[in-house]
Design a binder for this molecule. Structure first.
Ligand code: SIN
Length: 490
């Protein structure tokens, strides 16, 4: 498959280590597949522990000079990288759509989102201030420095092939850390295209490397990342299961970890909600990226008084969504990423039907075939359904009915996860009560859209540790160093 790009040089199929484009030591490669067509887009290196170790060692060497640059010098490079991404947004979006499947317009919005992390964290690099603390002894001075944590590693998922790598790399680099990144095996090309631009804007060799590998290689790459004592921090976005494994591996060398893991987002619609707002939010929170985001609404809890009107509008919404390959300008949602994703969605829908759910729209593979799934609305949902307990990661809305506010909050919290929750109401007291009662890291109030570089993205409970975006995202890549300074006499 050949992609039409204004700048074909952005399409790279080698990994990027220590400022060089390289193949795997073994020379082996794996295929990157367009989920919309099943066609092969590229062959990419199958790397393992040895290549990862070399990237980590290069990151250690590079970090010495990188951390010494003035904050504004690092900021300039990050700003130039953000600008370069925006200037090449069309091409970057084309690569992203080809490997991930989302509509091109949505991919372009992701490129802007991805670039925003470099712009914002570059600016924030200039504001990494320390502290002085009033000392408990007359000859003492207490000073707290904030220093880069050192060499870091990032492991990113396929659902946001550009924004998840940049959400990790931008704060790391802004803080003066270096990073070795492992993009998902389904979508390595977007991260590699960003590296072309990073190289062009003058990012020094070794500061950011990208190691590629397929599913079988991931344990070797991840194993080196988590066991190598040079690495001081891991930032991972992906499943809770893999997050637990990586955290356990990092424990042996006490690495700092940031984990953005699974969610099981409740979407609460109270009787007094504005239905137009709710439906607009559903389009984003349920159907964006074909429902393949960690913050996708997974349990839709709707109060009695508005339930039937909501269901009617949802049927209208879902029936009107255009499902098509991402390069079709009419596409609103594209395919699911792969067969495993499709199998999971089918299993969840099958389970719902077996347990008495009523499928009002969709319910199966779309006429586009392959892994395209029809937007689906199911009513009568219950907490014992599979999809109430696991992320479906598909365009399927299962609607629960409730009467009592307090009971709905209890239901919303009845999960080990705590990433994002959505609530819709016009009653400010209820909004406060619900926001305080919901055990989630992020609460969307009367909106379906919460992703921004300026806010702390992250979860509680089994949804993770740490925050990405905002000054808290930068803080995750910094250490405090306390100077106890004695002998100030006279
Ligand atoms: C995610 O699904 O993990 C990220 C979603 C987002 O940043 O919008």
């Amino acid at each position: 498959m050949t992609l039409t790009l204004s700048d074909p040089d952005l399409f790279r199929t080698q990994a990027y280590i220590d400022g060089k484009w390289v193949d795997a030591d073994s020379g082996e490669t794996f295929a990157v597949i367009d989920p919309a067509t099943g066609e092969e887009i590229a062959q990419v290196p199958r790397m393992g522990a040895a290549e990862t170790r070399r990237a980590i060692e290069a990151a250690e060497r590079a970090q010495v000079g990188w951390r010494k640059l003035l904050a504004k010098e690092r900021a300039k490079i990050l700003r130039d990288l953000a600008d370069a991404m925006l200037a090449n947004a069309d091409d970057l979006a084309t690569i992203l759509t080809a490997e991930q499947g989302k509509p091109h317009a949505e991919a372009k919005a992701e490129i802007a989102y991805a670039a925003s992390f470099f712009e914002w964290f570059g600016e924030e690099a200039k504001r990494v201030s320390g502290e002085t603390i009033p000392a408990p002894m007359p000859d003492r001075r207490i000073v707290v420095l904030r220093e880069p944590i050192g060499v870091t590693v990032g492991i990113t998922p396929w659902n946001f092939p550009s924004a998840m790598p940049t959400r990790k790399a931008a704060p790391a680099l802004a803080a003066g850390c270096s990073m070795v990144l492992k993009p998902a095996e389904q979508t390595p090309l977007s991260a590699l295209s960003v590296m072309v631009l990073a190289e062009r804007v003058g990012l020094p060799a070794g500061v950011l490397s990208v190691v590629t590998g397929d599913a079988e290689d991931a344990p070797k790459i991840g194993g080196e990342m988590t066991s190598n004592p040079i690495v001081r921090k891991l930032s991972f976005t992906g499943s809770t299961e893999v997050g637990k494994l990586l955290m356990g591996q990092c424990a042996k060398t006490i690495k700092k970890v940031s984990l953005e893991l699974g969610g099981n987002a409740p979407f609460l619609v109270f009787d007094d909600a504005d239905l137009d707002d709710v439906i607009a939010a559903m389009m984003v929170a349920k159907f964006r990226n074909s429902g393949q985001t960690c913050i996708s609404a997974n349990r839709v809890l709707v109060q009695d008084g508005i339930h039937d009107a909501f269901v009617e509008r949802m049927v209208e919404l879902a029936s009107g969504i255009t499902v098509a390959p991402g390069f079709d300008p009419a596409a609103q949602i594209g395919p699911l990423i792969d067969q495993a994703a499709l199998d999971k969605v089918l299993a969840h829908v099958g389970d719902a039907v077996e347990r008495g759910g009523d499928v009002l729209v969709g319910g199966g593979i779309h006429e586009q075939g392959r892994t395209f799934f029809s937007p689906t609305i199911i009513t009568g949902a219950d907490m014992d359904w599979q999809m109430s307990n696991e992320e479906t990661f598909g365009p399927v809305a299962a609607i629960h009915r409730f009467s009592d506010e307090a009971a709905a909050i209890r239901t919303a919290n009845a999960t080990p996860f705590g990433l994002a929750a959505y609530l819709f109401s016009q009653d400010h007291a209820r909004i406060w009560r619900a926001s305080e009662g919901l055990e989630y890291g992020m609460i969307a109030i009367n909106t379906g859209f919460i992703s921004t570089e300026v806010a702390p993205f992250g979860g509680i409970k089994e949804s993770g540790i740490g925050r990405e975006g905002s000054q808290h995202g930068l803080d995750d890549f910094l250490e405090y160093k306390y100077l106890a300074w004695a002998g100030v006499r006279g």
